[in-house]
Design a protein around this ligand. Structure first.
Ligand SMILES: *Cc1c(COP(=O)(O)O)cnc(C)c1O
Length: 222
């Protein structure tokens, strides 16, 4: 089933990316937080190379078992878990920390990275749906935060933005949260990664310019 799901989703992503713009590319991150190592290895054997986890303990367990995959951290990072993430980064080389969601966290990460003489690729998470349950910079805070982080935190490579679509059934509301994030992405300019879209809304996200979709249940469900 994983093989078939991956094939269908990959083809669909290619088609949607082309419909967005002829030279547009969209990467697929397989979100493995609800699945076990056997399923992850099965997906890897099918050619899926990028995997994401939202808890640092799980990311650590899984990434150490499959260090040749490209791993992303996609969940809120508590400050007491910074060391754990950066240790793992030293061991396996995280491809991307997608959920940098506060100035405080950025400054703490910078301090640790500087002392280790290492860099970390990251995305700024935008709470474009303005949902209290979500972390991230608000639309009106984002540009200033980007300026400050790129100026002060030289060991963080800010490659782009990430958002989670509004948690509602009204697609126009979900689309608005994507459009807000895309507008910020364009305003900053020169960024390379726009991470938007999950199993239920990745088609809409790609239609709004996403370059990285994070899909879990649609790949790993039976
Ligand atoms: C779980 C999760 C996903 C994937 O969700 P699905 O609905 O299973 O595709 C994507 N992004 C984040 C940040 C997540 O926590």
């Amino acid at each position: 089933m994983i093989k078939e799901n991956l094939k269908n989703i990959t083809l669909n992503i290619e088609k949607l990316a082309k419909a967005y713009a002829s030279n547009h590319k969209v990467e697929l991150l397989a979100v493995s937080k609800y699945t076990d190592m056997d399923s992850i290895k099965e997906a890897f054997a099918c050619g899926q190379v990028r995997f994401g986890e939202n808890k640092i303990q799980d990311l650590r367990l899984k990434a150490l078992k499959l260090p040749s995959a490209k791993w992303h951290m996609i969940g809120h990072l508590q400050t007491n878990k910074i060391n754990a993430m950066l240790e793992l980064h030293s061991e396996v080389g995280l491809e991307l920390f997608e959920s940098l969601d506060s100035l405080k966290l950025a400054r703490l990460l910078q301090k640790h990275l500087e002392s280790k003489n290492e860099t970390l690729n990251c995305l700024l998470q935008v709470n474009s749906a303005k949902e209290e349950s979500k972390s991230g910079f608000l639309e009106e805070e984002l540009l200033e935060a980007y300026e400050l982080i790129t100026r002060e935190c030289k060991n963080l490579n800010v490659l782009g933005l990430m958002c989670i679509g509004a948690h509602v059934s009204d697609t126009s509301v979900i689309e608005k949260s994507f459009k807000i994030t895309k507008d910020l992405f364009d305003k900053i300019g020169g960024l390379s990664v726009l991470s938007m879209g999950m199993s239920s809304d990745y088609e809409l996200a790609i239609a709004n310019g996403s370059s990285l979709v994070r899909i879990g249940s649609a790949i790993f469900k039976n």
